[in-house]
Ligand binder design. Structure first.
Ligand code: CTP
Ligand code: CA
Length: 221
């Protein structure tokens, strides 16, 4: 249920949430993407809004409806996602739940690539995308609380602890994406903070979002 304006533990707070995959163009009709559905990020945006926050949801291409009471900025590429996040600053909290493509095509073609008989397939040279979570964590207008996700298929907690240090964020929500998590309805996560690691049970993504939003409200109180 939506609260009356100005009510709730996050009233007066601004939250930026990234969600979904990014699409990195190969040419005007093709792109590189990943299996992210945006379900977890969108649920977090909805949960923060339900606690009274003003929420800017920066979303890659997803097939989900806009969460109620949330300002949605639609983007395609990682570079557009970063620009939209920076344009949304200042914020009290940023939650980077998007599955940002680590690489883009170094030189996307302006016209559709064509098969030429007898010619080898086009080589796809890649370039590193900006890291939105690391950029926000080191930003002159850094949100007070910066939360990242860690998508891992092995050594989930150890990788997440290392990732937290590397990115400079406050918390990492670590999830094992080796099973059916990406695109699925449930998530089993571990919350990694400076205080240690909490193992949460496997829960619907909406419930992970509600718990995380409550933790964020407590941290900003
Ligand atoms: N992230 C980001 N910008 C990127 C890459 C990742 O903001 N260009 C964020 C994701 O939204 C997530 C966190 O960084 O919150 C970790 O993403 P993940 O893919 O797990 O980590 P990487 O640092 O990209 O490392 P790797 O994919 O090699 O494990
Ligand atoms: Ca990555």
């Amino acid at each position: 249920a939506l609260l009356a304006p100005g009510a709730g533990p996050l009233a007066g707070r601004h939250a930026i949430v990234t969600s979904g995959p990014t699409h990195e163009a190969i040419d005007p009709v093709r792109y590189i993407a990943n299996r992210s559905s945006g379900r977890q990020g969108h649920a977090i945006a909805a949960a923060l809004a339900a606690l009274g926050a003003r929420v800017t949801l920066v979303s890659g291409p997803v097939a989900l409806p806009d969460p109620p009471g949330v300002a949605v900025r639609r983007v395609e590429s990682a570079r557009e996602m970063l620009a939209a996040c920076e344009a949304a600053l200042p914020a009290d909290v940023a939650v980077c739940a998007a599955a940002v493509a680590d690489w883009r095509v170094a030189a996307a073609a302006g016209q559709k690539l064509k098969k030429v008989p007898g010619q080898a397939p086009p080589p796809l040279a890649l370039a590193l995308n900006p890291d939105i979570l690391a950029t926000l964590s080191a930003h002159p207008r850094r949100p007070r609380l910066v939360v990242g996700f860690a998508a891992e298929t092995e050594e989930v907690v150890a990788n997440a602890i290392a990732k937290r240090a590397r990115k400079g964020c406050d918390w990492i929500v670590a999830n094992d994406v080796s099973g059916d998590v990406m695109g699925g309805r449930e998530n089993a996560v571990h919350l990694v903070t400076a205080q240690g690691v909490e193992h949460w049970p496997r829960l619907p993504k909406e419930e992970v979002a509600r718990r995380l939003a409550e933790r964020i409200a407590a941290a900003l109180a």
